[in-house]
Design a protein. Structure first.
Length: 186
C-alpha cells in the first residue's frame, strides 16, 4: 500500500507508514460498491430485529436449559450469574460436551458445559462486524449487551433472513425501474 503522504510502499494492512509514520488505517477499509454491500456495512445489528435474551442461571441444570430451549424454539440461551452474563449455552454445547457421556442432564449444572466469556456485541454495532465475529469465532449466535445488561441475541439465521429480505427489495426495485423505463419508451 502506497502512503499518500510520502509515497513509501508499505505492506498491506499496516496501521502507519514505515517511512513517515502517517496513519494508514482508514485507507485499508473496504468500501461498499452496491446497495446490499452498503447496507451490510452501514446497518446496525438492530436492523436484524434481534430476539429477546432468554436466560437461565448458571446453577440451572442442563435438563432445565434444554427444556427451555425446546419450549422457546431457540438454539442458544444466555447464562447469568448474579445479574451478569456468565456465558452462553447452545445445542452445540450439549452435542460436543455431553453427548456420548454417561452424565445425566438433570445432574449437570449449565455452568460446567456452557461457553464462558462469549464474544458480545452491542445492538449499535454493524452487521458486517457481527458477520466477521461469527466467521472468525466459528459460532452461530452472539449475545447483545447494552451497558452491562443482556439486550438480546442474534444468530446467523437472523443475518440470512435480513439478506433474503434485502435481496427481494433490490429485485423489486430493479423490476420497478425496468418497468418504468419501458413505459417511457412507449
Amino acid at each position: 500500500m502506497l502512503c499518500p503522504a510520502c509515497g513509501h510502499d508499505n505492506l498491506p494492512g499496516v496501521d502507519r507508514c514505515e517511512g513517515c509514520m502517517a496513519p494508514l488505517m482508514k485507507l485499508d477499509v473496504p468500501q461498499a460498491k452496491s446497495g446490499l454491500q452498503e447496507r451490510l456495512m452501514e446497518d446496525s445489528i438492530a436492523a436484524l430485529n434481534p430476539a429477546d435474551a432468554i436466560t437461565v442461571t448458571a446453577e440451572a441444570t442442563v435438563s432445565e436449559a434444554v427444556e427451555l430451549m425446546n419450549t422457546r424454539h431457540v438454539g442458544c440461551i444466555l447464562v447469568m450469574d448474579a445479574r451478569q452474563l456468565a456465558g452462553v449455552f447452545s445445542e452445540r454445547d450439549v452435542l460436543l460436551k455431553l453427548a456420548g457421556t454417561d452424565r445425566a442432564f438433570d445432574e449437570v449444572p449449565v455452568r460446567e458445559v456452557m461457553t464462558d466469556q462469549p464474544v458480545v456485541l452491542s445492538p449499535e454495532d454493524s452487521i458486517r462486524f457481527a458477520l466477521h465475529e461469527m466467521s472468525v469465532g466459528g459460532f452461530r449466535h452472539i449475545p447483545l449487551v447494552s451497558g452491562d445488561r443482556p439486550a438480546g441475541i442474534i444468530s446467523i439465521r437472523d443475518v440470512l433472513a435480513y439478506l433474503r429480505a434485502e435481496i427481494r427489495k433490490s429485485e423489486i426495485d430493479n423490476i420497478a425501474s425496468v418497468a418504468g423505463n419501458s413505459a417511457s419508451y412507449q
